[in-house]
Design a protein around this ligand. Structure first.
Ligand code: ATP
Ligand code: ZN
Length: 297
């Protein structure tokens, strides 16, 4: 059988991860022919195509080699790994992507007097994540029953089908609305780039290498700011000491003002007004904070 030479990336067809995943791929220079209602989207420039599927199917598609990469929640990927066990090809989290953040938590009804994991012994816990819950219960030596539900987990205690739940939480609003209280965090999750442990050793592997480099640039850029300012040589040291972390700043001469320098620094995160005011007090002038659009180390 002839192997494919085009790379395939699976992502959620419609849901929380769809828009940010597509935007991220676009930022990496990947664009696709519009066919949003279809399973398959043909890539325009690079030899990369998209599969639009339910998020739960993504790890399996990678494990079967139907696609090389997938954008999926860590919760879904880890649950798949636990459910599939040793028979399935292991997956690797190639990059965390910084969106779709949530946590997998245990929550109990307000009146449940919860103090420690052992309080769950003998209880029924409703969840769509029996693998992750089972692993947590084992690590804590708790003998409880996981009741697997595919949706609406949060109403199980009210319906009397469970005593507690183990579900995804983002703001906690759903829990409050259902008179539940979060008691344990089992997993901090976000969207990840998932793929096989061993990447294909052909053009597809080369394309993945290229994509990972672009992705690193995009992720780094998302948080980076370029700080520009002027300072005299006398205040340079005081100013430099206050700069937010990042690589060594660059110094440039200012034409006609031998005592003045222009300083350029890449900052790893947001630069706040407070920080700017402090740096200004130390002697800086003409300060600019600029967003970074592209970066290639
Ligand atoms: P699909 O039809 O693809 O199966 P779904 O209903 O399983 O959709 P979504 O609700 O869109 O999926 O959630 C996709 C992912 O978004 C989750 O697996 C999780 O990683 C992340 N996520 C972030 N916040 C939340 C939240 N509050 N509730 C559920 N998922 C969340
Ligand atoms: Zn799903």
């Amino acid at each position: 059988m002839k192997t494919r030479d085009r790379l395939r990336i699976a992502m959620q067809k419609s849901g929380r991860l769809t828009e940010p995943a597509l935007e991220l791929l676009n930022r990496c220079g990947l664009t696709f022919r519009q066919s949003r209602d279809k399973l398959f989207c043909f890539g325009d420039g690079e030899p990369v195509d998209l599969l639009l599927v339910r998020d739960d199917d993504i790890p399996g598609l990678i494990a079967q080699g139907v696609c090389e990469l997938g954008i999926v929640g860590r919760n879904v990927m880890n649950e798949f790994q636990l459910a599939a066990g040793r028979d399935s090809a292991p997956l690797r989290e190639w990059r965390p992507l910084g969106f779709g953040r949530c946590r997998l938590s245990i929550a109990v009804p307000q009146e449940f007097d919860y103090r420690r994991p052992q309080d769950l012994a003998g209880q029924r816990i409703a969840t769509s994540y029996p693998g992750l819950l089972g692993e947590w219960l084992r690590t804590h030596g708790v003998d409880a029953t996981a009741v697997t539900l595919s949706g609406s987990v949060e109403i199980a205690p009210k319906l009397g089908t469970a005593d507690a739940i183990c579900d995804l939480v983002q703001s906690g609003g759903t829990l409050v609305a259902n008179q539940l209280r979060e008691t344990e965090v089992l997993l901090e999750s976000e969207a990840v780039l998932a793929g096989p442990v061993a990447l294909p050793a052909d053009e597809r592997g080369d394309m993945i290498d290229l994509l990972l480099k672009r992705l690193d640039g995009v992720i780094q850029v998302r948080e980076s700011r370029l700080l520009l300012l002027q300072t005299s040589r006398a205040t340079l040291e005081a100013v430099t000491r206050l700069l937010p972390g990042g690589p060594q700043p660059t110094l440039l001469p200012v034409l006609g003002q031998p005592d003045q320098l222009m300083l350029q620094a890449l900052c790893a995160g947001e630069v706040s007004w407070r920080q700017l005011e402090e740096i200004k007090k130390a002697g800086a002038r003409e300060m600019f904070v600029l967003p970074v659009e592209k970066m290639l180390a």
